[in-house]
Design a protein around this ligand. Structure first.
Ligand SMILES: Nc1nc2c(ncn2[C@@H]2O[C@H](COP(=O)(O)OP(=O)(O)OP(=O)(O)O)[C@@H](O)[C@H]2O)c(=O)[nH]1
Ligand SMILES: [Mg+2]
Length: 260
């Protein structure tokens, strides 16, 4: 039954992405640049989204939340909404591969009015929808802005991915990478663009550290080796007030953004 549903949700077979084709079938050098699929462009070549929204007002700050499956991205989004909704005009876009599970969780917990939460079912690897072909996410943002704007802050949660996931700068202005201690205290040492270069690294579920034998001082040391001066926050979103430091970082970032 479940298998049948998964097949239905997948729908018609998708064209194989360029990256999976044998190299010989991609005569890239002979094609004019415009015909190259977006996936072959490095993220850095995509320009950041335009700064001004309708009426010349500075548009909402867009913050992306990425990280491995189950690290606490939705928990962070939910806690940030509860913490900031009284002071900022907020909206959320969630990304899941086959479902709208995360948006439904946020709706069930009423972290924001329903019209401020929208879901993108990517149907493909999560990083494709946040880095290579960001059109579905941009459309979702546009619809939110048209429906409930003007907004101060939009949180975009990526589907759970691996350590290579990053957002295009054409989609978000800042990125939070969420990992957790349950994956082992080695994770910061393994690096990757999220661990090393995100604007904020969140190391969540510190309440579980004793249970899984994770040494937080090792994680802190390795995170700082990878990131230099970029900030790292250790937290437990399962605890009351656990999102406090992350919310303070977002608040500061949004205020600086609004000042221009
Ligand atoms: N013990 C503990 N559990 C947590 C904490 N934060 C989140 N969780 C739990 O971890 C599980 C996964 O959390 P999510 O917020 O759904 O993780 P996610 O990164 O959004 O997951 P995906 O979107 O599926 O990749 C849930 O059961 C949460 O209740 C924490 O600080 N401590
Ligand atoms: Mg989630």
């Amino acid at each position: 039954m479940h298998r049948d549903q998964a097949t239905d949700e997948l729908g018609a077979p998708m064209a194989a992405p360029a990256a999976t084709l044998p190299a010989a079938t991609l005569p890239a050098a002979t094609l004019p640049a415009a015909t190259l699929p977006a996936a072959t462009l490095p993220a850095a070549t995509l320009p950041p989204a335009p700064l001004l929204g309708e009426g010349g007002r500075r548009r909402a700050l867009r913050i992306g939340l990425g990280g491995p499956v189950g690290s606490g991205k939705t928990a962070t989004v939910a806690a940030l909404c509860r913490e900031l909704r009284a002071e900022l005009s907020l909206a959320v876009v969630t990304n899941d591969i086959y479902t709208t599970e995360d948006a439904e969780f946020l709706l069930r917990h009423a972290v924001l009015p329903p019209e401020r939460i929208t879901a993108v079912a990517t149907g493909c690897c999560p990083h494709t929808a946040i880095r290579d072909d960001i059109s579905a996410n941009l459309e979702a943002i546009e619809e939110l802005e048209a429906g409930v704007g003007p907004l101060d802050l939009i949180l975009v949660e990526s589907g759970g991915d691996n350590l290579t996931a990053t957002f295009s700068r054409g989609l978000v202005d800042a990125q939070i990478f969420v990992i957790d201690v349950a994956g082992g205290d080695k994770v910061p040492r393994k690096g990757g663009p999220g661990v090393a270069g995100s604007d904020l690294l969140v190391i969540n579920k510190i309440d579980l550290a004793p249970m899984v034998g994770a040494d937080l001082s090792v994680m802190a040391r390795d995170a700082h080796r990878q990131r230099g001066e970029l900030p790292v926050i250790f937290c437990s979103l399962a605890r009351e007030g656990g999102v406090g430091e992350i919310a303070a970082w977002v608040r500061e970032r949004q205020a600086a953004w609004a000042r221009g």
